[in-house]
Design a binder for this molecule. Structure first.
Ligand code: ZN
Ligand code: ZN
Length: 221
């Protein structure tokens, strides 16, 4: 069961076409795994369409998005998708990747491979044209600890395989962490399996450790 969703604000911005390419990609990948959020976006798009056609749409009152979320959550069973894993053999092409990601990953892998950032941590920067906003896949070994950091601007993380936990909770396949510069955290990958995430950052991270800050330009985080 997905417990951490994309915020309503971000879903509505996505529906209105207002997000940069990297953030849109992450939201689209979450939607592919999350029927409740898909329903919110469809509803928002239908309302947008009605507005364009000059109809009088039912007002989206305070809490109506919540009601849609609850309604759909009651109806929809979790797809079996969540139990499958992005195994060693298909990690490169990603048979288990949400559909919106597949083209980006295949296209990137045709030009460059995964890059080792640190022990237990590899990354694949995806080709999204979003200025300072970067979308990348992280591949983390079981038990990997990311150094303590905060953020400059929004950091979005979607878990594609495995799980990690931090000060905010536990995140597994389909879960989204939406963090801003008020949050300092240390993600730790669960011991039971490798973890693959899609991360979108709008500026370099702010690491607490001086040693990490010194090598930061080299590792590109
Ligand atoms: Zn969702
Ligand atoms: Zn972070």
């Amino acid at each position: 069961m997905i417990e951490h969703h994309v915020s309503e604000d971000l879903l509505l911005e996505y529906a209105a076409g207002g997000l940069d390419e990297a953030s849109s990609l992450l939201v689209a990948a979450h939607l592919a795994l999350c029927p409740p959020c898909r329903a919110v976006v469809s509803e928002a798009e239908a309302m947008g369409g009605a507005l364009l056609e000059g109809e009088q749409p039912e007002a989206m009152s305070e809490g109506s998005v919540n009601r849609v979320l609850e309604r759909v959550a009651q109806r929809s069973a979790e797809p079996a998708d969540r139990a499958r894993t992005l195994g060693r053999s298909d990690r490169s092409a990603g048979a288990n990747l949400p559909q919106p990601l597949r083209g980006y990953v295949a296209d990137t892998l045709s030009r460059r491979g995964w890059r080792r950032v640190a022990p237990g941590l590899r990354q694949l920067v995806l080709g999204t044209s979003s200025g300072s906003t970067t979308a990348r896949l992280f591949h983390l070994a079981p038990g990997t600890r990311i150094p303590v950091h905060s953020h400059r601007g929004l950091e979005l993380t979607l878990v594609l395989q495995g799980a990690y936990h931090d000060e905010c909770g536990t995140y597994a396949r389909g879960d989204v962490a939406q963090l801003d510069d008020s949050i300092t955290h240390q993600p730790i990958v669960s011991q039971s399996s490798e973890c693959v995430t899609l991360s979108v950052t709008h500026a370099p991270l702010r690491f607490r450790s001086l040693a990490v800050r010194m090598i930061q330009p080299l590792i590109g985080l």
